[in-house]
Ligand binder design. Structure first.
Ligand SMILES: [Zn+2]
Length: 380
């Protein structure tokens, strides 16, 4: 571990330069051309390191990138899957108001922390392994999807397929907090859309002829609020609501978006059944529900605890602490953990401000995190 770390410390500047290149290639989930452009940059880096790269073409979202690397002799004794995403939540042009910059020992910019920093760590972890002449016991498959920030709809099956062939999954999502804790438990996540149809009428001349869709929506939201159960790890929140056209017309249309999170796997079905059971309250109104809870929680199972302890020991060899935490945010690690494959999440960069104008990574910790990843690839 110490040799890996000293190799990586000597590469810190190059890590920052590559992070800058990555951050300057904007890649919002909704812009296929932009994500594809960034995917090509990442693919080139892996090819340069001798990986076999396959581009998984997608018609609507950006292409996914799969890289396979074998640093060993003979036949690999298994497979380790490393997961990350190419997309960010920042629309094209964000860089103009939020440029990549270095200050206070941090690298700032859109996507630096979530999760281009993680993508950089993986590349340099491999560089360090090569530099020390390490032979890996297992084949490494790196899967970079393009739609994580919008629910991984087009990549979920491929991720699950790779996970089923893997002995462990390492997820390069950002670490938690300044201490860089790993995420050994995550809530399941879902999103639902509630679409209400009423009947329009003049609000003053003929109000009785109308069915007020906004009122119906308010009543439905009150019902959704009753599904909220924080003690059980369930949160259900209406996060977007809109409806109506002008003040003096009884609105015939309204819609709400609902964010759903749950700690227990069995609550996924329960919440979906409750959503499907929503019925109109006002006479003449119609209620339609789209979506629901779909990403399972990452449970802190024995397999997760065991792989975390292993990571902690690796960091102890460097004299560094490693903590763990539970989070309400979901990730693709939830899919792989639900299949029973040991999954370690939050192995990405240390920093803060994900999805905000304050997004940054701590430069000092880049070599340490890359060393941890390299150590895991070497010993799992
Ligand atoms: Zn992310």
């Amino acid at each position: 571990m110490r040799r890996l770390l000293s190799e990586l410390k000597s590469r810190r500047e190059s890590m920052v330069r590559l992070l800058e290149r990555f951050a300057r290639s904007e890649s919002p989930s909704g812009d296929k051309a932009a994500v594809d452009g960034f995917g090509r940059i990442v693919a080139r880096e892996w090819r340069r390191r001798g990986a076999k790269v396959r581009i998984l073409g997608q018609p609507r979202v950006g292409n996914h990138v799969r890289a396979e690397l074998w640093l060993g002799e003979g036949r690999p004794a298994g497979q380790i899957l490393v997961l990350g995403h190419l997309d960010t939540v920042y629309p094209l042009g964000t860089l103009r108001g939020m440029p990549f910059r270095l200050s206070g020992g941090r690298a700032w910019g859109p996507g630096t922390f979530d999760m281009k920093g993680g993508l950089v760590l993986a590349l340099f972890a491999v560089d360090a392994l090569v530099a020390v002449g390490a032979r890996l016991p297992k084949r490494v498959v790196l899967f970079w999807n393009s739609d994580e920030e919008i629910g991984s709809e087009t990549s979920r099956r491929a991720i699950e397929h790779e996970a089923q062939r893997s002995d462990a999954v390492l997820v390069l999502e950002p670490a938690f907090g300044r201490a860089g804790k790993l995420k050994t438990a995550r809530k399941g996540v879902g999103g639902a859309e509630i679409i209400i149809t009423g009947r329009a009428a003049h609000a003053g001349l003929d109000p009785g002829a109308g069915v007020n869709a906004v009122h119906e929506m308010a009543l439905q939201i009150a019902r959704l609020m009753k599904m909220d159960d924080p003690h059980r790890g369930i949160t259900v929140q209406a996060t977007v609501a809109c409806g109506g056209t002008v003040r003096n017309v009884v609105p015939d249309h309204a819609r709400a978006e609902v964010d759903i999170r749950y700690a227990r796997p069995t609550d996924q079905g329960l919440l979906n059944r409750k959503l499907e059971a929503l019925r109109p309250i006002l006479r003449g109104a119609r209620v339609r529900v789209r979506g629901g809870a779909n990403r399972p929680p990452l449970e802190r199972t024995d397999a997760v605890t065991k792989i975390f302890r292993h990571a902690k020991l690796l960091m102890r060899e460097l004299g560094l602490p490693l903590g763990e935490t539970a989070t309400g945010g979901g990730s693709d690690g939830c899919f792989t953990a639900a299949l029973g494959v040991p999954t370690l999440d939050g192995l990405g960069a240390v920093g803060g401000g994900a999805h905000s104008s304050k997004e940054h990574v701590m430069i000092r910790s880049l070599p340490e995190r890359a060393a941890l990843l390299a150590g895991l690839l070497l010993t799992l």
